[in-house]
Design a protein around this ligand. Structure first.
Ligand SMILES: *Cc1c(COP(=O)(O)O)cnc(C)c1O
Length: 393
């Protein structure tokens, strides 16, 4: 059994493309072409050059000496926080802007919650000189002013979604509506391993550069390309998908996916989708999501804006269902503490999303000789106000 996607666009029972008929031509065009484009030598060359010279890859695999000592195990950090724009998201937007060019699209749309994906998208649109429209909930625009300013600085147009809860899911609806109205010239860049097939697989393949690098980096340091554990936080699941990708079918490597349980699993203010969710359709894909008995999507909560998504990508739903990955949920409090610990011990301030992955170190015992790789998905600059308010620093 493989844990990767099958030829029908499913991971086990999860995935597929549940889309309005009007989007069928766009999705079909993408589905028929994405693998062909990605395997094209010119495409590969341009993608790799941009990853090296623009994003700053390969990112280091750093042995965290103090953290290892504190937790009595061997901890390596995959430094995605050092990517241009401060997180792994740019790996995917670089890939997708090249796909858009191949498809002769002249206009890019995207949705964003906290603004991180919007910034990564606006960045690559500026790089390529392509028109960029970002949909963002009106409430999120208020809450995430610095990222809105960044997108504007980069030349993107930010359109507020004013319906519903005025947050991410409403922005997604607006973006889909735009795509239906502009199918000819527009490509929709989705920011995580979510959405209709082929998006989850396409995004996972672009993020797979993370585990591709871990393999050769670990081989050269430890003499073996396989760690005992890989730990990554999961919002939609793209940084985890990238960190797990080349180890999915290597059972010697234990995968740990970390979700945000916010104020606690039973508090009603949580984003622990695997535990609290059940099967349904969200953003065009069959997966696990948090919903009411009659199928209304539950508003998620986490202190970290990048993890408060009501679903998880279909790859992760399958990793959960088959128990290939262990899912651990971490509260706001636990994550914030872990964020300070990493800052003080290693001089690295993580994004609050990422801090959830580090909190596992307090909650699970590793052996002294275990090699544990933690995917450091992003830097904490964007979260300084939250850290300062929280700890009254
Ligand atoms: C967006 C974001 C995440 C969550 O998204 P995934 O698709 O689950 O990776 C995690 N960490 C950081 C730093 C982010 O910006």
């Amino acid at each position: 059994m493989s844990y990767n996607i099958n030829k029908n666009g499913y991971y086990g029972e999860f995935g597929g493309a549940f889309i309005p008929e009007m989007l069928y031509p766009n999705i079909e065009e993408l589905k028929l072409n994405y693998v062909k484009f990605m395997n094209d030598p010119d495409f590969k060359k341009e993608f790799n050059q941009l990853l090296i010279n623009y994003v700053g890859r390969p990112t280091p695999l750093y042995f965290a000496k103090q953290l290892s000592k504190r937790h009595n195990t061997k901890i390596y950090l995959k430094r995605e926080d050092l990517c241009h724009t401060g997180a792994h998201k740019i790996n995917n937007t670089i890939g997708q802007i090249l796909i858009a060019k191949k498809l002769n699209k002249t206009r890019i749309i995207a949705e964003t919650g906290a603004g991180q994906h919007g910034v990564a998208t606006a960045t690559v649109c500026a790089l390529m000189g392509i028109e960029c429209v970002i949909y963002m909930g009106e409430l999120d625009i208020e809450r995430q002013a610095p990222n809105v300013a960044r997108m504007k600085m980069l030349g993107a147009k930010v359109i507020p979604a004013k319906s519903g809860s005025k947050t991410l899911k409403d922005a997604t609806n607006e973006a889909i509506r735009d795509w239906i109205n502009n199918p000819e010239n527009t490509h929709y860049i989705i920011g995580s391993v979510v959405g209709p097939h082929p998006y989850p697989d396409m995004v996972a393949r672009f993020q797979a550069i993370i585990s591709e690098e871990i393999k050769w980096q670990l081989e050269s340091i430890e003499g073996s390309s396989s760690p005992d554990y890989i730990i990554a936080c999961v919002g939609g699941g793209s940084n985890a998908a990238g960190a797990f990708y080349h180890y999915l079918d290597d059972k010697n490597v234990k995968l740990i996916a970390v979700e945000a349980s916010g104020m606690g699993i039973d508090s009603g203010k949580s984003a622990a989708t695997s535990i609290l969710g059940n099967t349904g359709v969200i953003h065009g894909s069959k997966t696990l999501l948090m919903q009411t008995k009659d199928g209304q999507i539950t508003e998620p909560y986490s202190i970290s804006a990048g993890l408060d998504y009501p679903g998880i990508g279909p790859m992760h739903a399958n990793l959960y269902k088959t128990k290939r990955a262990e899912f651990i949920s971490i509260t706001d409090n636990q994550a914030m503490k872990a964020g300070v610990e990493l800052s003080r011990l290693e001089g690295i301030i993580p994004a609050i999303e990422t801090a959830h992955a580090f909190a596992v170190l307090e909650n699970k015992k590793f052996k002294k000789e275990d090699i544990v790789v933690i995917n450091l998905s992003g830097r904490g600059d964007k979260d300084l106000d939250t850290y300062i308010d929280y700890f009254k620093l």
